[in-house]
Each structure stands twice: as C-alpha cells, then as structure tokens.
Design a protein around this ligand. Structure first.
Ligand code: ATP
Ligand code: MG
Length: 455
C-alpha cells in the first residue's frame, strides 16, 4: 500500500468530517509535487492564480501522480471563464460550442483549461438533449464542488490546488484510490444513461490501473451494455484506440468480453470466436493484442490499421473460406469478405478510410505472401504494406493458423542477398502453394462427386 495513503487513511478514520465538506489534504500529507507536473501546466495555473482566479490540476493528472504513475496529460480546472483565460494567454484558443474550453498551446503540449461546470440551470429533473451519444444540458459555470460531481469516477474527481498545494476531495476519491476501486459518482444507471461511454472508461481504467470496479458501478454496466449501440461510431473509434493502444490491450479485451461489451461492439468477431471450436482464432487475437502491448511498452509505433485488421480477421477469414468453397478465387474471396465485414462493422464503429484501406492490404497480403514463384516474391517485398502483412502472418503462424515454414521462408528472404533470393525462389517446391493443411482437414466436407454414384 502507498504509505502516504495509509497515513492519510489512519488520520481520517480517527477524525471523520461531515460528508458534505471536502476532505482537504495538506501538502505535507500527499506526494504530489510541482516537480512532477508539466512545467507548462504549472505556468498556466500560476498565471491564473496571480490574476485572482482559482486554479487546480484535475482528473487523470492528479490521480496518476497520487498513485506514483506518470500522467498522460495535465488538465486544469478554474473559476475563470474561457474568455478570462483567453485574455491571459496569447497562445490560447477557445474550442467547443456548447461548452467552451480553453486550449493553451505550448511547443509539443496543449494544456486544457476548463471552467468549473455547474448544474443544469432550469431546475427540471435534468433529462437533456441527446447529442453525440451523451445527454447534454445547457452548460452553466459552477463551483468546484459542482464540477467534481459531474465527473465520472471518484478517483477522477480529485483537485490539486495550486494556491496552497492541497488535494481537495468532494466525492470520496481518496478513499477509493486507497481501495483500488472505480466507483461512478452518483447513481450509476443514470450516469451511464447520460453517457454510455463511461462503461468503456470503467473497463479502460480498470485495466490500466489494475483497479476493481465497485459493485453497483459494475452491476449497472452489465445491465446497460446495449446503450453503447447508441454512441456515434466515430466516438467509439476514438475510444477503441484509447482502450487498445494504451498498453493494456489484453486486459482490456478480457474485461470487455466479461462485461459483454466486446460482443456488442464487434458482433462479427464475437460470433466467429464462438463458432470456432479449435481454439486458435482467439489465440491469434490474443497474440496480436499481446504483441501490441509489447510494442507500446517498447515505445515502438502501433497502428490502428494493424489492430483493427487483427480484431476483424477471424470473421474475414471464415467468410473468405466459405466463398472459396463456393469457387471464388482466393484473392477475390478475401477481397469480398473484407468488404462485407467492414461494411457491417461500420454501422457500429467507423474506422476512417485511410485505415480501412491499409486493413484490406494487410488481409490481401495474407494470400499474396503465399505465391512466391517467379518475380512474385520480390514484388510483394516492395509492397508498401509488406512489413505489416508479414508481421500479421507471423502472428498467424505462431498461433498455428498458418504454416510456420512459410513465415520462416519470408524471414530468411528479407535478410538474403539477391543471389540467395533467386536460389530461394528456384528451390520452392510446387507444394508451396498448398493451402494451410490443418484448416483444410478440419473443414473437409463430403465430396461433391460421390465415388460410386447411384445409377
Ligand atoms: P487518461 O488521460 O489517463 O486517459 P483521464 O482521467 O485524464 O485519463 P480524460 O479522458 O483525459 O481522462 O478526461 C479528463 C477528466 O475529465 C477525467 O478524469 C474526468 O474527471 C473527466 N471526464 C472525462 N470524460 C468524462 C465523461 N465521459 N464523463 C464524466 N467525466 C469525464
Ligand atoms: Mg487525461
């Protein structure tokens, strides 16, 4: 357990405060230091404070610093209006129409400065207009406390006040940080209805932080998963990138399946995973996700195209196989299957065209990498997507779906000089064009022509 949290907890238990008052932890009682906050964010907060405004670090920045992790970005919350902020910073632009935010730009970093949000002003029960999959109400500015209760999870609603370097907690976030719990603020059902993406955020933070999801927060999520289909496909795409390219793709996938989210967002993949008894498709997908996590850990680039090509591969492969059995050529069947699977997936998650083009290339390369005779191998090698296609095939080989020899052949071919390459092509047995034998055997049907047809 983090020792500062333990100390805080012990003191708090001895001296409970009324629920409505915030818990305020002095600088001596927590580990958040200006040294660990981006100097740009510190600069922004001090300039706000010097102009007479309240300025706080909030959200993931505070949460991660309290946990001893490195924050991804630093967000600032203030009682200054966006116009006040704009007047203070030359390098500032206001974004958003309904609720305006200030972005303060520095070289290589943008600090988001948000004015405290308040409650809905109309005094009604609060059913707002649905926009972008979220219930939005006319935003009004508010106090820090009102701002806190509008946030999603308690651990995301902690403030670090630059004026006195205290941590301010209105919602029991410190307690939940201590318990490793993700708890929605307020009534979980209502909060998910307001914005179903919070269900995905629960899974993302659980995987990233290794936290448990609090019981009510979890129960409501199991119940309301269907609401995700109402979220605009473009927003879901952005969310998928955060979930799968954040370094915890495997854990995220497993949690998404446990809560039924994966099947809702990728119904074709879910169906194909269930259809396939032999076990290797899930092995392939898990390997691809493991590989993604490894690359993120090593600081290597990861592309959305490769990720989505992997997630949708199994339905594409199965459909292509059925088309081949109906006599469509291998390349054409992959092409048609890819089109069809993408077309259907598009209604839920919209993958931008620049990525779907690459996905199709990666899929088609799975067939192109098989024909290596004559000049074919050299041609494939210079294909702009060769590397991705080859990596994809390696994962398929590792999960028992593609012949190991084929993958090994390409591994050697890339390292070989011109003369060796010619020898490798010349040495190809005609049998090298055979299809993956394992799958063939498993799929064999009764022969179309009976050996002894009845008269
Ligand atoms: P990270 O940046 O590490 O992914 P984060 O907690 O900073 O995590 P962001 O998406 O950057 O997450 O959002 C910043 C803060 O805004 C959150 O901590 C939370 O307080 C608030 N927030 C973001 N999205 C929502 C939402 N859908 N509903 C309510 N509050 C939200
Ligand atoms: Mg953030």
């Amino acid at each position: 357990m983090l020792s500062w949290l333990k100390r805080f907890w012990d003191v708090r238990m001895r001296d409970p405060q009324p629920v409505s008052a915030p818990v305020i932890v002095p600088r001596s009682g927590h580990p958040v230091s200006r040294k660990n906050i981006s100097s740009n964010a510190v600069k922004v907060m001090y300039r706000l404070k010097d102009a007479g405004f309240e300025a706080n670090l909030v959200g993931g920045g505070v949460r991660d610093l309290l946990l001893g992790r490195e924050p991804k970005d630093f967000d600032v919350a203030t009682n200054a209006t966006p116009e006040d902020v704009k007047a203070l910073f030359r390098n500032c632009r206001l974004i958003g129409r309904r609720f305006r935010l200030a972005h303060v730009y520095f070289r290589g970093e943008t600090i988001e400065v948000a004015t405290f949000r308040g409650h809905h002003g109309d005094g009604g029960s609060g059913e707002g207009e649905v926009r972008n999959g979220m219930v939005v109400r006319d935003n009004v500015y508010g106090t820090m406390e009102e701002d806190a209760v509008r946030r999603d999870f308690t651990v995301n609603a902690l403030y670090y006040n630059i004026a006195d370097h205290t941590i301010v907690d209105y919602v029991g976030g410190l307690e939940d940080l201590h318990g490793g719990l993700l708890r929605l603020i307020g009534d979980p059902r209502q909060r998910y209805r307001e914005d179903p993406v919070r269900m995905l955020r629960a899974v993302r933070f659980a995987a990233k932080l290794g936290f448990r999801i609090e019981k009510e927060t979890e129960a409501a999520m199991l119940e309301l998963g269907r609401l995700l289909t109402g979220v605009p496909p473009a927003r879901l795409f952005d969310e998928m990138l955060k979930m799968f390219l954040g370094g915890q793709a495997v854990a995220t996938f497993e949690l998404m399946r446990r809560y039924g989210q994966f099947g809702i967002l990728f119904p074709q993949t879910e169906a194909s995973l269930e259809r396939e008894e032999q076990g290797f498709p899930i092995t392939f997908l898990l390997r691809a996700l493991e590989n993604t996590d490894l690359r993120v850990a090593q600081g290597k680039p990861v592309t959305p195209a490769f990720l989505f090509a992997a997630i949708l591969w199994e339905p594409v492969r199965q459909l292509a196989e059925r088309l081949r059995e109906d006599g469509v050529s291998p390349i054409q069947s992959l092409q048609d299957a890819g089109d069809q699977v993408l077309e259907e997936q598009r209604t839920i998650i919209s993958v931008p065209r620049r990525f779907t083009l690459q996905m199709r290339e990666i899929w088609l390369l799975q067939e192109r990498l098989r024909s290596r005779t004559g000049k074919r191998a050299s041609r494939v090698l210079s294909h702009p997507r060769f590397r991705a296609g080859y990596d994809f095939m390696l994962l398929r080989a590792e999960s028992g779906e593609e012949q190991r020899e084929l993958a090994d052949w390409w591994t050697s071919f890339q390292d070989a000089d011109q003369q060796q390459r010619e020898q490798m092509v010349a040495g190809l047995a005609p049998a090298s064009r055979r299809r993956s034998s394992r799958r063939r055997r498993s799929r064999r049907r009764s022969p179309a022509v009976q050996p002894n047809p009845a008269p």
